[in-house]
Design a protein around this ligand. Structure first.
Ligand SMILES: *Cc1c(COP(=O)(O)O)cnc(C)c1O
Length: 226
């Protein structure tokens, strides 16, 4: 079941790339395994998946303990500053840097460990009350501040678009994200590059890929509903 689902998602990504003239190699599929048991992750691994996303530090760490070491883990959920130390050096990418204070904490802990930590800045692109992330207005000033912090390297932007019945409704937000990335890139800020755009979930990843997503975070379409 999970193997078939993965195949389907990968096929959809491939077709979206073809339609939009993009290189499929430039789209990374993160299988979002939050709330799902280790046995489901093992099924995905057997089907060739190696990149997984989790939104809770403790859940991620306990899954890491029992699964093979050659996997890649992405932190995709809101991260509390006091939990940063548990995941630094263990995750490939933190998608969800949503405040300056969190970036400062990551920088401190990175220096302590002597590493450089790749992160994405989360953008609340539809200005939703309930969502974490920088507003459009806050984003550039935040980039300027974060660029001065040692041990942290901004690789791009991330967003969770609104929940919609029709994925087309989110196209405008994905376009806006792509434009924000271009704007920031053009400023040539130290330690800030915009090579990654993490956007698109089960409901809208196809549209997101058409609009330039380099990372899609798909849970339900792979592992079933939660
Ligand atoms: C849960 C989650 C996803 C995956 O959502 P699905 O709709 O199940 O694909 C992606 N991104 C974030 C930040 C999430 O919390």
């Amino acid at each position: 079941m999970i193997a078939e689902n993965l195949e389907e998602v990968k096929k959809n990504i491939l077709e979206a790339c073809k339609r939009s003239g993009r290189d499929p190699q430039k789209v990374c599929l993160v299988a979002v395994s939050k709330t799902k048991p280790v046995s489901s992750i093992e099924e995905a691994i057997d089907a060739g998946q190696t990149v997984f996303g989790e939104n809770k530090v403790q859940e991620m760490c306990s899954k890491m303990e029992v699964l093979p070491e050659n996997l890649h883990w992405h932190m995709i959920g809101h991260l509390q500053r006091n939990k940063v130390k548990y995941i630094l050096g263990r995750v490939d990418l933190i998608h969800s840097v949503d405040s300056l204070r969190l970036a400062q904490q990551i920088s401190l802990e990175a220096q302590r460990q002597g590493i450089t930590v790749p992160v994405l800045l989360e953008v609340n692109v539809a200005a939703e009350e309930s969502k974490f992330g920088f507003s459009e207005e806050e984003l550039m000033p935040a980039c300027m501040e974060i660029s001065t912090l040692p041990g942290i390297q901004v690789k791009g932007l991330m967003t969770s678009a609104p929940y919609v019945d029709c994925p087309e409704d989110n196209r405008k937000y994905f376009q806006k994200m792509a434009k924000l990335a271009v704007d920031i890139q053009s400023k040539n800020i130290d330690n800030i590059c915009m090579e990654e755009l993490s956007m698109g979930m089960t409901g809208d990843y196809i549209v997101a890929v058409e609009e330039g997503a380099t990372i899609v975070r798909v849970g339900t379409a792979i592992f079933g509903s939660r």
